[in-house]
Design a protein around this ligand. Structure first.
Ligand code: GAR
Length: 222
């Protein structure tokens, strides 16, 4: 019997790679993807070690070796396309991407961001959630478009902000949710259920979604 086809994906990282690990673990537990390469823009990060330990090909492309954003992004496109992925997954990839880069992968590039977008784009999201007095915080998976952290929203996982929270306790709870939220959205994509249409609407199971899907624990894929 032949196994069902698996989606070829490239994962881009810049650091610790805990989301990468969640995706690797999910792929060994029924998520129908093949991680064909993990690419980092920073050397010696733990995410590269995680990939190597899982037997996944790794590559390092350092932005500091390029004179400007466009030349780095062009080299990154060439490197990614060498692996011919059907999906590019940003997992803690801490670079602003040029419009040309993003356009090249329209509809086949996902990101996870540690806030309930459109709230708190950019950095220091947990501290900013606390400073704003938010009672709910969380993480969002979205298609990547030219707007920084502004692409069409797919799904969100929420956490309640406690009065005892600081940025680090909140970050930990959000990250735990990220590890469940991201593999689920990737599964929808791999199954052909999740798409971005030409007007940048998110389509799930042939229906346009106007609000992100709120993650519930029973959706977990493991
Ligand atoms: C995650 O919290 C991810 O959402 C965030 O970086 C962290 C990476 O952790 N990404 C962004 O802020 C992108 N704007 P990880 O390396 O352990 O997966």
């Amino acid at each position: 019997m032949t196994s069902p086809p698996r989606l070829a994906v490239v994962v881009l990282i810049s650091g610790h790679g805990s989301n990468l690990q969640a995706i690797i673990d999910a792929a060994s537990n029924g998520l129908p993807i093949d991680i064909v390469a993990v690419i980092s823009n920073r050397p010696n990060v733990y995410g590269l070690e995680r990939a190597a330990q899982a037997g996944i090909e790794t590559a390092l492309l350092q932005h500091k070796d390029f004179p400007d954003r466009d030349s780095f992004d062009q080299a990154l496109v060439a490197l990614i396309d060498h692996y011919t992925p059907e999906l590019v997954i940003l997992a803690g990839f801490m670079r602003i991407l040029s419009a040309d880069f993003v356009r090249h992968y329209t509809g086949r590039i996902l990101n996870i961001h540690p806030s309930l977008l459109p709230k708190h784009r950019g950095l220091d999201t947990h501290q900013r959630a606390l400073d704003s007095g938010d009672t709910l915080h969380g993480a969002t998976v979205h298609f990547v478009t030219e707007e920084l952290d502004g692409g069409p929203l797919i799904s969100q996982a929420q956490v309640t902000v406690e009065s005892s929270d600081n940025a680090s306790t909140l970050a930990k709870r959000v990250l735990d949710k990220e590890h469940q939220l991201y593999p689920l959205a990737i599964r929808w994509f791999a199954q052909g259920r999740l798409k971005l249409d030409d007007s940048e609407n998110v389509i799930l199971d042939n229906k346009k979604i106007d609000q992100p899907i709120i993650y519930a624990p029973q959706d977990a894929i493991q």
